[in-house]
Design a protein around this ligand. Structure first.
Ligand SMILES: C[S@@+](CC[C@H](N)C(=O)[O-])C[C@H]1O[C@@H](n2cnc3c(N)ncnc32)[C@H](O)[C@@H]1O
Length: 187
């Protein structure tokens, strides 16, 4: 199973409708649509991306659904997460998804970067509700992704285990550069 599919399967029984969630890397809107289907019309989804095309693609993907009103598209880096999320939602976020790397079918030079990714993860962990889940799909198969994956891995291992528990899902039969998934749960 691909890491992105696994992330969906780990989240799908955690959302029941009406939650506030974040897609930290909107891309082509697949994750945003997945989340929107789970939280329904009474939920709120914040979706970040630094590329106009990604914002457009995500808008188009949700436009034809009943959930468009739930979507708050943010054309900005996820490292601005704290200031971009309504204060009333701080500490109430049920799920945050990071699918790192570059936009498939887009400009591969525009990719998530280790410094801003770590800043966004740190802010996201503060914003999560108790029992909230963060998933991070890492792609060590390209140069920036390799450095980013190593630093994300190190960051997660240093988290306070009284506050967060984490699991790492990696396909040991695949090459050393295969994508992997981290799931963090806030205690
Ligand atoms: C692998 S794609 C995401 C796929 C997406 N979740 C989907 O379901 O289609 C990674 C995305 O991260 C975006 N990105 C890069 N740097 C970012 C940043 N600092 N903040 C938010 N998004 C960023 C890229 O523009 C790209 O669209």
């Amino acid at each position: 199973m691909k890491s992105t599919q696994l992330a969906h399967s780990l989240i799908s029984d955690k959302l029941f409708g009406g939650e506030v969630v974040i897609d930290a890397t909107a891309g082509n809107g697949h994750d945003a649509l997945f989340l929107a289907n789970l939280i329904g019309v009474s939920g709120t989804i914040y979706a970040f991306d630094v590329q106009k095309d990604a914002i457009k693609n995500t808008r188009l993907k949700l436009q034809e659904t009943d959930y468009f009103e739930s979507l708050r598209l943010i054309y900005s880096g996820h490292e601005k997460m704290r200031e971009s999320i309504s204060a009333e939602h701080h500490g109430r976020i049920a799920v945050i998804m990071f699918n790192l790397g570059y936009l498939p079918g887009g400009d591969h030079s525009i990719t998530t970067l280790k410094e801003t990714t770590l800043e966004a993860i740190s802010q996201g962990l503060e914003l999560l509700a108790p029992e909230g889940i963060m998933t991070i799909v890492c792609y060590p198969g390209h140069k920036e992704g390799k450095n980013e994956s190593i630093l994300v891995d190190e960051y997660i291992k240093k988290m306070d285990s009284n506050k967060f528990e984490f699991c790492k899902y990696i396909n040991e039969t695949a090459s050393g550069n295969a994508p992997f998934l981290i799931k963090i749960k806030k205690q």
